[in-house]
Design a protein around this ligand. Structure first.
Ligand SMILES: Cc1cc2nc3c(=O)[nH]c(=O)nc-3n(C[C@H](O)[C@H](O)[C@H](O)COP(=O)(O)O)c2cc1C
Length: 391
C-alpha cells in the first residue's frame, strides 16, 4: 500500500515527507521533484514569500543512483527563511523556552481558535504553523513520486483554474474542449494557470481589483487524469470507492470547501435521461466508451477507463491585506479586527497544483493496490496483463 506522512511547521527548520510502498526501480531525481514543487509557487496574485522561498530538498533515503529501492523514500525540504532569520530560530526553537510575542488574537477563517481550544494553547502560532498550507509543499514532493509511478502505466494528471472569484472559464462548456496533457505547459505558462485566454484576462482583472481593495479571492480548479485504467477503486465497500477517496484527499487541502466529481452538482438539477454517460463499443480500440464525462470517469466507485474529472472549490484567503474580519483577544476578551499581515490575494493557481498532487497520490495508491508489484517492471507487467484481459 502506498502511504505517506508529512511533518514540519511553516517557519520551522524543514518539512519532511516519508513515502512508503513505492516499487523498486522507479527513476527519480531531486531536480524532477524540485520542478514539481516550483509549479506550486506559480500564480498571479501571490506575495513575496513565494519568490523568496527556494525549495532546497534532499533525498535522505530510499533512492540510490536515481532509482527507488523499494524502501521508504524520505525527503527533507529545508526552509530558507529559517536559515536566514534569527526571528524564526527563536520563535520555532524546539529547545525548552517561551515566546516573547504570543499571538493572542486568533484569525477568523483559519484553524487558530478551534485549534487553541482543542489543544489548550494560548499562542495561536502553536496551531497556525502546522495548519498553514506550507505543508502542501511536502505533499507535492510526494506527489512527484506518485506521478512518476503513474507515468509508467501511461497515466497523466493535470489541473487548470476554471474560476477565479466571479470570473469563469468556458473550458469544458459545450463547443470548447478539455485540456489534455499536451496543454499542460501552456497552462503553467498562464499567469493564473487558466486554459481559456479570455477568462484568463478577466481573472487577472478580478485579482487586481481585489488587491486594490486589500481583499482576497477564491475559485475553482479542475483536475483531469488521463489514461486511467478501468477498475481502480471498488464498489464493495464504502472506504474503497475511488470517488470517495478522491473527495477526501482533495477536501484535505487547506481552504478547499467543496469537491465535485464530474458534473455532480449540475446533473442534480437534470432529469435522469440527460444525467448519465451512455455506453458504446469502440471497435477500433476494442473498448467500451462513454461519450460524456458527467460521472467524472467513475461509476460505482470504480474508474471506467475515461478521463477522471475532479473539481475543487477554494474559499477566499482568510488573511487580508486590509483587515476587516472581527476577532477577540483571548487574554483581554476585547473585540478587535484580525491582525494585519502581508498576504497573497489568491492561491487558487497553487491550490490546483496541490489538487493535482492529491489526485495523483490517490490514483497511484489504488493502481498499486490493483496491480501490486515489488518492482516497477512487475507493476507495469501486471497492468498490461489486466488491460489485455479486457480485449
Ligand atoms: C496553496 C495554498 C496557499 C495558501 N495561502 C494562504 C495565504 O497566503 N493566506 C491565507 O490566509 N490562507 C492561505 N491558504 C489557506 C489557509 O491555509 C486555510 O484557509 C486555513 O488553513 C484554514 O483551513 P480550512 O479553511 O480548510 O479550515 C492557502 C491554502 C493553499 C492550498
Amino acid at each position: 500500500m502506498l502511504r505517506y506522512l508529512t511533518a514540519g511547521e511553516s517557519h520551522g527548520q524543514a518539512l519532511v515527507v516519508i513515502v512508503e510502498g513505492l516499487p523498486a526501480g522507479l527513476e527519480i531525481t531531486v531536480e524532477e521533484i524540485q520542478a514539481e514543487m516550483a509549479r506550486r509557487r506559480l500564480g498571479y496574485g501571490r506575495g513575496p514569500r513565494q519568490r523568496f522561498e527556494v525549495d532546497e530538498l534532499t533525498l535522505v533515503g530510499g533512492v540510490r543512483h536515481g532509482r527507488t529501492l523499494g524502501s521508504p523514500v524520505a525527503i527533507e525540504i529545508k526552509n530558507s527563511e529559517w536559515t536566514r532569520s534569527d526571528k524564526w530560530h527563536a520563535e520555532m526553537s524546539p529547545a525548552p523556552g517561551a515566546t516573547l510575542d504570543p499571538l493572542t488574537q486568533p484569525r477568523p477563517g483559519h484553524a487558530d481558535l478551534a485549534g487553541m481550544q482543542k489543544y489548550g494553547f494560548t499562542d495561536a502560532r502553536d496551531v497556525l504553523e502546522r495548519a498553514s498550507a506550507r505543508e502542501t509543499a511536502a505533499r507535492v514532493a510526494a506527489g512527484a513520486l506518485a506521478k512518476k509511478l503513474l507515468g509508467t502505466i501511461g497515466i497523466g494528471v493535470l489541473s487548470h483554474v476554471i474560476q477565479m472569484g466571479p470570473a469563469r472559464s468556458k473550458s469544458g462548456v459545450e463547443g470548447s474542449r478539455l485540456p489534455t496533457m499536451d496543454d499542460l505547459a501552456a497552462i503553467d505558462a498562464s499567469q493564473v494557470r487558466c486554459f481559456d485566454a479570455a477568462a484568463e484576462e478577466a481573472m487577472i482583472e478580478e485579482i487586481k481589483a481585489a488587491a486594490k481593495d486589500g481583499d482576497s479571492l477564491g475559485g475553482i480548479v479542475e483536475v483531469l487524469a488521463y489514461g486511467v485504467p478501468v477498475g481502480l477503486g471498488s464498489h464493495v465497500h464504502w472506504d474503497r470507492k475511488l470517488d470517495a477517496l478522491l473527495a477526501q484527499a482533495v477536501m484535505s487541502i487547506q481552504a478547499v470547501k467543496g469537491v465535485e466529481i464530474g458534473d455532480g452538482f449540475e446533473v442534480a438539477g437534470r432529469r435522469g435521461s440527460a444525467a448519465h454517460d451512455a455506453i458504446s463499443w469502440d471497435a477500433a480500440t476494442e473498448s467500451y466508451r462513454r461519450e460524456t464525462t458527467l460521472a467524472g470517469g467513475t461509476e460505482g466507485g470504480m474508474t471506467t477507463g475515461e478521463v477522471v474529472v475532479v473539481r475543487a472549490a477554494m474559499k477566499p484567503l482568510a488573511t487580508l491585506n486590509k483587515p476587516t474580519l472581527g476577532t477577540v483577544d483571548i487574554v483581554t476578551k476585547e473585540q478587535t479586527v484580525s491582525f494585519k499581515e502581508r498576504t497573497d490575494v489568491t492561491a487558487v493557481p497553487a491550490m490546483g497544483v496541490v489538487a493535482e498532487t492529491m489526485v495523483a497520490l490517490v490514483l497511484a495508491a489504488e493502481a498499486q493496490r490493483k496491480f501490486g508489484g515489488d518492482s516497477v517492471a512487475e507493476f507495469v507487467r501486471n497492468a498490461q496483463a489486466f488491460d489485455a484481459s479486457l480485449r
